[in-house]
Write a protein that binds this ligand. Structure first.
Ligand code: NAD
Length: 256
């Protein structure tokens, strides 16, 4: 019970149904409830999110689903208020929502650029901003922002995605500095290539799959569970002296 008595809000976490392909948010939700947390799942895919929350409740977990478009401060305020109304505190925020629109720089539209920056960078900023007062009242907290290996090295396919993930990396360090004294920790995770609902189709053609495996020294793609284990560590008190750090989970990709 590594998260006993803790309350967690997860974004982009609708793909959380056992037996179906889960995203990082979904796999993390399952680990969190197993470790004793109360969990608020959020996403913009409301029908899937409601079904996922209901399936988790059927397993005995204390889970709610709320609509939360991470680019909307109004949605953020409502979701955090609902969390405090239901559970009285907020200890963990997993900023995980994401989109991906590969394009070469010349073909990249302003709309795609703005969307990538809005969902990733602005989403992590707004969530951190709105969670901080709630965490302060709970005596501290842990914010985990989902960057990527593409926030550390350049992406061969997705310039706006890489720029947005790079922004998350340094935003996390800056927020970590500003709130360290209040025991509000902010860390980033940097997953490598992993099979999830966001990537399954794009990663499946044999040529693409081989190229990804060639770049991954451990010789397999990641799973949502590989990433969720790292998120659990950053969420738990086991990482209580870590803030502003980068947790890379990538099968060795960025060691090259
Ligand atoms: N899968 C990978 O290889 C990989 C690698 C590195 C980083 N990531 C990042 O991990 C995170 C989770 O992705 P995943 O691969 O688990 O896929 P996923 O599809 O399970 O998760 C992304 C979720 O974000 C939601 N979302 C999109 N726009 C949103 C918005 N405006 N507001 C709220 N939710 C929104 C989607 O509905 C979806 O449920 C993303 O930030 C992604 O960029 C993924």
């Amino acid at each position: 019970m590594r998260l006993k008595n803790k309350v967690a809000l997860l974004t982009g976490a609708a793909a959380a149904i056992e037996g179906e392909l889960m995203g990082f948010g979904g796999a993390t939700a399952h680990l969190f409830v197993r470790e004793g947390a109360k969990v608020v799942l959020t996403d913009i895919r409301d029908e899937l999110g409601e079904r996922a929350a209901s399936a988790l409740r059927d397993l005995g977990a204390d889970v709610l689903y709320r609509h939360l478009d991470v680019t909307s401060e109004t949605d953020w305020r409502q979701a955090i208020d609902d969390t405090l109304d239901a559970y009285g505190r907020l200890d963990i925020l997993f900023n995980n929502a994401g989109v991906s629109f590969p394009a070469k720089v010349e073909e990249l539209t302003e709309e795609i650029w703005d969307r990538e920056l809005a969902v990733h960078a602005k989403g992590a900023f707004l969530g951190t901003k709105v969670a901080i007062p709630a965490m302060r009242r709970s005596g501290g907290g842990s914010i985990i922002n989902t960057s990527s290996v593409m926030g550390i090295v350049g992406s061969p396919t997705s310039p706006a995605y890489s720029a947005a993930k790079g922004a998350i990396r340094l935003f996390s360090k800056t927020a970590a500095l500003q709130y360290a004294k209040e025991n509000i920790r902010v860390n980033s995770i940097h997953p490598g290539y992993a099979t999830t609902p966001l990537t399954a189709e794009r990663f499946s053609p044999p040529k693409v799959n081989k190229a990804l495996l060639d770049r991954t020294p451990m010789g397999r793609l990641g799973t949502a569970e590989d990433i969720a284990n790292g998120v659990l560590f950053l969420a738990s008190d086991e990482s209580s002296w870590m803030t502003g750090a980068e947790l890379v989970i990538d099968g060795g990709m960025t060691a090259q």
